[in-house]
Design a protein around this ligand. Sequence first.
Ligand SMILES: *Cc1c(COP(=O)(O)O)cnc(C)c1O
Length: 450
Amino acid sequence: MAADTHAQGAAERRDLAVRAAVEQGLVGGADSAPPLVCLLDTAGIRASAAALAGAFAAAAAPGTPVLHAFAVKAAPLVPVLRLLADCGLGCEVASPGELALARAAGVGPERTVLDSPAKTAAELREALALGIAVNADSRQELERLDALVAQHPTASPIGVRINPQTGAGAIDALSTATATSKFGIALRDEGARAWLVRAFLDRPWLTRLHAHSGSQGVPLPLIAEGVRELHALAEEINAAAGRRQVDTLDIGGGLPVDFTSDAHAPTYADYVAALREAVPALFDGSYGLVTEFGRSLLAKHGLVVARVEYTKSTGGRPIALTHAGVQLATRTVYAPAAWPLRILAYDGKGAPKQGPPVAQDVAGPACFAGDLLATARELPELAPGDLIGVPDTGAYFFTAHYGYNSLPRPAVHGFTVDGSGGVSFRTARRAQTLADLAAEAGADLAEPLG
Ligand SMILES: *Cc1c(COP(=O)(O)O)cnc(C)c1O
């Protein structure tokens, strides 16, 4: 019941936000307003952050240190990171750029975790100097760390990412715990377990283990199995060391999202229940915990609103040509079966559009035939000047802009609905101007290239 109320509340807020965005000129059906805008529901984000913290707090023994580090790649926008920091979350970063964003958001080193399979020596040196947590991804990275740790003492907690090799989920590209995944040190390869135990015994400064079994498409029992492997390895290392050398388990993120409805399912409470079943000792207070959720915190709270510029009928199929396409739904366009998105129809004033369902294609503006958000989708028949809404796009969609056709990054605004239905917006990212776009494309490099 609680989940339903939450979903209905979110759908109401969404419709209020679309209408207000039109009224306030952020997007519109006519040429006087921008044809495309991206919105984030701040109340929804806060609710997800609270649900995450609450689920772990309810399960963990009192006093267990728990850091929820938001996976910055899911929504790399400083005001979003600030909002999440306000909710008590830290940041998981995987590149110098993501670290720069976390720092710009004021997220401190003790709340930042660095994961990446390709950290340069300079990146590692900076991380250790700052004291942010580092998870080594490979044997070679561990050797680099040996040299750096010998040179300078560091406050950074240092761990090793393991690949539990527990298998793939529904989407191969997002499955990181396969037999041959590029991530982490494989646990089930010949001799690997003994090597890992030895690596910890030889390095008293290694205090963490990390696993992230994948994102969207990896079922909860498979994620839980990876965490069980992580916990068992920590126990083995600590037994061999005769002390609690491993004091923290970083269990990654990967809670999947329902892209077919407004439901939040599975919930963080479901995830915690799956962990308790698979690894009962995980929450007993022996280990501090780090999580790295991305999609499940943001996806449901993002909405693209785009104008229908033209419509046509081709081969008997109605087609709506909109301003939302591959630049903000890259995965959906290139892998539509794995990344289906819902489409909502609004009229040019931002009111939900009524009418009998008509199967139609919803196309983006890019110059290739596959730039489609949906094919043969049953919707009230769209007309020029209408708007479409594309929900569930708050993570990895418009925040991971793809610059095809030099399509500019649209503005992103957070919205907040007050008790009487009034909507206020605050900008999270300004629209990229054509001047910005030209400058980023080398407009100041005036010489002919060769
Ligand atoms: C991408 C990633 C995450 C976040 O995954 P979600 O599916 O967005 O929760 C967490 N940890 C690591 C190491 C990642 O690569």
